[in-house]
Write a protein that binds this ligand. Structure first.
Ligand code: PLP
Length: 452
């Protein structure tokens, strides 16, 4: 037992320094007792006491090929030995190769890649490119969205976490997007929801003045806000409105890109090509920070005539790009994108729907690939959420009980307001997915106690 004791002491030291000196983000700031993580591999991670958890969160929805993939770890090590860093104005092999591989996989003519260090910076730069390209000031974005924690990105975001702290910036206008389960348009069918949502957007554009709008920014499938798959025809309708008014269409695929939805990019599900596409997270499974904007030929041509006045010191960092090249190759070699689609169709989708039938606390299941949400409710008929929006600790007993139930059964869940998102690595095996479904089943019984 000597080793666990040593290990436990190491874990306690990690945690003590964390508590004393790490200023955590969002709700983890001061509220949550962080788990000290000793290691991770594939779909699992473990603490210093040797307790192992199946990760149904993929970190923050980014470890699309799981933790510590040996080929990607080796590629990072090899790149570090060869050329650990080099400034962005030079052509270096991992950067040019990553850009080529990404451009080949993004839809349509999105063939130029502007690299950033993550998703928020990608959104910042996409908005800036759209404003410079059109010469217009405004951006239209969705309520129920998340686009990042930096100034423009957080103000484009439609997320209750920011209302108290960020009053909004001039030029960002929010509108409602389709979500039939809690329809802002009082629709009862998907076709009605789609038509009313498009009419609402058309009216918003007309009232704001089409000639003032640089961009419409949407997540292809809104993720953090609840994995709300848009109805057929909605994104094509937005594309049409953008074309009619010369508005740049930005699809934010930071969370949905690189296999998460069972396609390389979620836009493929809807046959839509944006003018700018933002990515990060899954591009290299988050092994080294990387994000970017994929740019259409037309917008790229604007900046051939006058240089884009922006850039970042670590844009296309060789270590991050080497990780992206290795990740994309692994995804091809191992059929990871196809696997994500299949596991969604054959294990996760059917398994989650079966849980919804048996548990009074599950109001709706929605998603695709390895991108699913369970909406937890007090009553299936009224759809009253299990906890109110933006719950404080006192409201949160039911969801806290659910999360504790998952952890007691070896599952680390993603919990946001009254939802749990099932977002494991794209590489999760059928047996691991079944194991997670069993743990969810047990934990949902705790949530059922709060439902009718
Ligand atoms: N856009 C979307 C759709 C996201 O889901 C996120 C993060 O969750 C971001 C942007 C921000 O990315 P980052 O946290 O890498 O800045």
């Amino acid at each position: 037992d000597a080793l666990p004791a040593v290990s436990r002491a190491a874990g306690a030291a990690v945690k003590a320094a964390d508590r004393a000196h790490v200023f955590h983000s969002w709700s983890a700031q001061g509220l949550i007792d962080p788990l000290a993580v000793a290691g991770a591999e594939g779909s699992y991670f473990w603490d210093y006491d040797g307790r192992r958890y199946l990760d149904f969160t993929s970190g923050l929805v980014y470890t699309n090929i799981g933790y510590q993939h040996p080929k990607v770890v080796a590629a990072i090590q090899e790149q570090a030995a060869k050329l650990v860093t080099f400034a962005p104005a030079f052509a270096v092999e991992p950067r040019s190769e990553a850009a080529r591989l990404i451009a080949e996989r993004t839809p349509g003519d999105l063939d130029k890649i502007f690299f950033t260090n993550g998703g928020a910076e990608a959104v910042e730069n996409a908005v800036r490119m759209a404003r410079l390209h059109t010469g217009r000031p405004k951006v239209l974005a969705a309520y129920r969205s998340y686009h990042g924690g930096t100034h423009t990105a957080v103000n484009v975001t439609g997320d209750p976490r920011r209302w108290a702290s960020d009053t909004g910036t001039a030029g960002v206008v929010h509108f409602w997007t389709p979500f039939l389960y809690r329809s802002p348009f009082h629709a009862v069918t998907e076709a009605e929801e789609c038509a009313r949502a498009l009419k609402h957007l058309e009216d918003t554009i007309a009232f704001e003045g089409p000639g003032t709008i640089a961009a419409i920014v949407l997540e292809t499938i809104p993720g953090t806000a609840g994995i709300m798959v848009p109805p057929p025809g909605y994104l094509a309708g937005v594309r049409e409105l953008c074309d009619r008014h010369g508005i740049v269409f930005v699809l934010d695929e930071v969370m949905t890109g690189f296999g998460r939805t069972g396609k390389w990019f979620a836009a493929e599900h809807f046959g839509v090509v944006p003018d700018l596409l933002t990515f990060a997270k899954g591009v290299n499974s988050g092994y080294v920070p990387l994000g970017g904007v994929a740019i259409s030929a037309e917008i790229a041509a604007t900046f051939d005539k006058r240089p884009y006045p922006g850039g970042l010191t670590y844009s296309g960092h060789p270590l991050a790009c080497a990780a992206a090249v290795a990740t994309i190759r692994v995804m091809e070699e191992e059929g990871v994108v196809e696997h994500a689609a299949t596991i969604g169709e054959t294990v996760l989708g059917p398994g989650l729907r079966e849980l919804a039938e048996r548990h009074p606390s599950v109001g709706e299941v929605r998603g695709t690939g390895v991108f699913w949400a369970l909406e937890l409710v007090r009553n299936k008929e009224t759809r009253e959420p299990l906890v109110p929006y933006n719950p404080g600790p006192a409201d949160n007993v039911a969801m806290a009980g659910f999360a504790a139930g998952c952890k007691a059964n070896g599952l680390w869940p993603f919990v946001n307001m009254n939802r749990t998102h099932v977002v494991p690595p794209c590489t999760i095996t059928p047996a691991e997915a079944e194991e997670g479904l069993e743990a969810l089943d047990a934990a949902l019984s705790a949530a059922d106690a709060y439902a009718d």
